[in-house]
Design a protein around this ligand. Structure first.
Ligand code: FAD
Length: 354
């Protein structure tokens, strides 16, 4: 794992769900640039991961939108502030530094020294479900890939014998993408020959099966074979209970993504039933300079709603602005403040799409 020298920044937002994104906007209004870190390879948190096509009816001023379109609008809203996005990596460590501020470290080796931290971690980091086989994790990143970013699939697949493991839409889509990318062979491996995906994807899968460019194997995985430090095959048990061997170059595992609270519980912050306890004036945690907003926090009357998270992010940004400047911060309206218009790059004319 590469270790980068720490970069000093004013604000780190942990979590790029709707509340983390709006936190970036509110910080931007105060002239505070943010670095955003998320375990997922994309922004949007639960809205993007759990219900991208479902309607939301309770965002103020938006009669209805989908999870995906809300995230798109938030991205557009924060575009003027050009946050640094660090995606596909989990924040593992958060420690107060003796000289002040906080050391933030990620699973990918990113190290930031932040003057303020905003934990917008929702119900936890969305991480892929692992395939538990002895010795398999040694191949992670080279021959083993969990829910890879679709953009990276051609690099894994071209000219390779690929096995995709899973029964839901991400597995079907990955198998199709590998076949499209010129894999030497593609096997879609699931415990039974039945897949959950959009009808259009299932039709494409059937066409690929008919053409012989994707083979479906129904079996349970019982073990793996490594030779000369390379993953060379999976050991299987077929539906008749017979052992089988499946050679491969690349293994793509799509067994679902689920949230885990993970290391947040180890950061020494006051917790109340696995939620971060905050005050309701600034949504600050038990540690001065660390704020918690959105689904991850708790206080009397807390409701896990997006609009409540937006309110929390607004007051947390005021709190941090006062902490960083050491002076009271006056309220300004986006409607009338020239300074805010300058920060928005809007000059009162509306903001360019990002
Ligand atoms: C099916 C469904 C429908 C819903 N409908 C509505 C609705 O109609 N209206 C409404 O207001 N709310 C609704 N909600 C709730 C709403 O989605 C949540 O309140 C909202 O997503 C919370 O936003 P958040 O940014 O706090 O957290 P999240 O959306 O959970 O995002 C948190 C992000 O933080 C990341 N993360 C966590 N820990 C780490 C770490 N250590 N390192 C790196 N990244 C980390 C996660 O990967 C995730 O992307 C719904 C929820 C569900 C499941």
């Amino acid at each position: 794992m590469a270790s980068l020298p720490p970069q000093s920044v004013d604000a780190v937002v942990i979590g790029a769900g709707p509340v983390g994104l709006f936190q970036v906007f509110q910080l931007g209004l105060h002239g505070i640039a943010a670095h955003v870190i998320d375990a997922l390879p994309h922004v949007g948190g639960q809205c993007a991961e759990l219900y991208p096509d479902k309607p939301i009816y309770d965002i103020p001023g938006v009669p209805h939108c989908t999870g995906r379109s809300l995230v798109q609008q938030l991205r557009q809203q924060i575009a003027p502030f050009a946050p640094a996005l660090h995606l596909g990596q989990q924040v593992a460590t958060l420690q107060r530094m003796p000289e002040g501020g906080f050391a933030v470290g990620t699973s990918a080796g990113l190290a930031l020294h932040a003057r303020s931290v905003f934990i917008a971690a929702g119900v936890g980091a969305f991480v892929p479900r692992a395939l538990k086989l002895e010795g398999l994790e040694a191949h992670l990143g080279r021959q083993l890939h969990y829910h890879p970013d679709p953009a990276t699939l051609p690099a894994h697949a071209e000219g390779q014998h690929v096995v995709v493991h899973g029964g839901d839409e991400p597995a079907v889509a990955a198998a199709l993408a590998c076949a499209d990318a010129g894999a030497a062979s593609v096997v879609l491996l699931h415990r039974r020959d039945a897949f959950q995906a959009e009808p259009a994807l299932l039709e494409r899968l059937q066409a690929r099966r008919d053409a012989g460019s994707i083979r479906v194997v129904a079996a349970q995985i019982t073990g793996q074979e490594t030779a000369s430090q390379r993953l060379v095959a999976l050991q299987l048990l077929d539906p008749e209970g017979q052992p089988q061997r499946l050679p491969l170059d690349q293994l793509i595992v799509c067994l679902g993504i689920s949230p885990r609270l993970g290391p947040i519980a180890d950061w020494g912050l006051a917790l109340d039933r696995k939620q971060l306890a905050v005050d309701t004036a600034q949504f600050q945690t038990s540690e001065r300079g660390i704020y918690a907003v959105g689904d991850i926090n708790t206080y009397p009357g807390k409701r896990k709603l997006i609009l409540c998270g937006f309110h929390e992010a607004t007051l947390a940004a005021f709190g941090a602005a006062e902490l960083l400047t050491g002076a009271p911060v006056a309220l300004q309206y986006t409607t009338t403040s020239t300074r805010l218009h300058e920060r928005l790059g809007a000059a009162g004319q509306g903001v360019a799409a990002g």
